[in-house]
Design a protein around this ligand. Structure first.
Ligand code: R5P
Length: 298
């Protein structure tokens, strides 16, 4: 039977791309918020015996996670065969360890909670650092799609003589794959985080040839302070205005202004979080991962 695709409010654009790429069918659903702030959910398309893919943009996640839970439980009660989640941005993954006494491991808690009511997950470049793989924290099939190839393609088309720059060691996994794909040089900077909005970046290994366009590639742009610090260092070292590429755009317009004031030429992101900076489409690799998951009889 044809797969059904059900977008959470705000995720319609990606859901429409997936509908087309997978020749799937839209799953109609009504959601609204009661005057007291609680969610109402009604699924209108018959789902019994069918695979349903919920497409959920989960930036600023807390409220959306409750709606997602109610939808998944409703689909299950209505007899859906499998409930797969496409969450291009997987939230809470940065609290992946106990950094200070008394903290919890939010990444683990959220992943195991999601595993309790979905049958599979497709996400894009989750923040896997101290947790090495999604298998460690999800008990259902979970695939991490890499945006590196579509990012590399965009850079190849839009930037002259690029030099890929990872702002910190954690970004090496993305920046290295991008650099290799377009045979560009790679530099990984050293970051020390002192607080939510306070980071120091060191640039120990910059090439002496400053005739490259630096392209900063990071998984998440939130406060933008990581990139602001990196841009300043690159400009001080004599490089031209850098291009900034983020996979997940969690930032507000004032952050773009700060990045530009620091010396960025352009700020772009993937469409994993709907945002004015979206320029790189991840629909195809997401659709490919979904196809694999739908084909596996789990
Ligand atoms: C964390 O290590 C991530 O990879 C990003 O570098 C970080 O989340 C960026 O955050 P911000 O934009 O707030 O500096």
């Amino acid at each position: 039977m044809t797969t059904l695709i059900l977008p959470l409010p705000g995720s319609e654009a990606l859901a429409n791309n997936l509908l087309e790429l997978l020749s799937a069918q839209h799953c109609a659903c009504v959601t609204r918020v009661f005057p007291d702030g609680e969610h109402y959910v009604r699924v209108e398309t018959p789902v019994a015996g069918r695979d349903v893919v919920i497409v959920a943009g989960l930036a600023h996640p807390d409220d959306k996670l409750v709606l997602l839970y109610l939808l998944a439980r409703t689909l299950s009660d209505l007899g859906a065969r499998r409930i797969l989640l496409v969450a291009p941005y997987l939230p809470y993954m940065r609290q992946d360890s106990v950094f200070q006494p008394g903290e919890g491991r939010s990444a683990e808690y959220i992943s195991s909670w999601l595993s309790g009511f979905i049958d599979g997950l497709v996400t894009v470049d989750p923040h896997l650092h101290r947790i090495g793989s999604l298998k460690q924290v999800f008990s259902v099939p979970a695939e991490a799609v890499h945006a590196a190839q579509v990012i590399a393609h965009w850079i190849g088309e839009n930037v002259t003589r690029p030099m890929i720059v990872g702002p910190d060691e954690e970004s090496r996994q993305w920046s290295k794959e991008v650099a290799q794909a377009i045979e560009a040089p790679l530099v990984v900077l050293h970051k020390t985080r002192h607080g939510d909005r306070d980071v120091t970046i060191l640039t120990p290994d910059l090439p002496s040839d400053t005739d490259y366009t630096p392209v900063l590639v990071d998984d998440i742009i939130s406060t933008g302070q990581t990139l602001v610090a990196a841009i300043r260092q690159l400009r001080n070292a004599g490089f031209p205005a850098p291009v900034c590429v983020g996979v997940h755009a969690l930032f507000t317009q004032d952050v773009i202004d700060q990045l530009r004031s620091a010396g960025a030429e352009r700020v772009v992101s993937c469409n994993t979080v709907p945002h004015a900076s979206n320029a790189i489409d991840t629909s195809r690799p997401i659709a490919a991962a979904l196809r694999r998951m739908l084909a596996a009889d789990v």
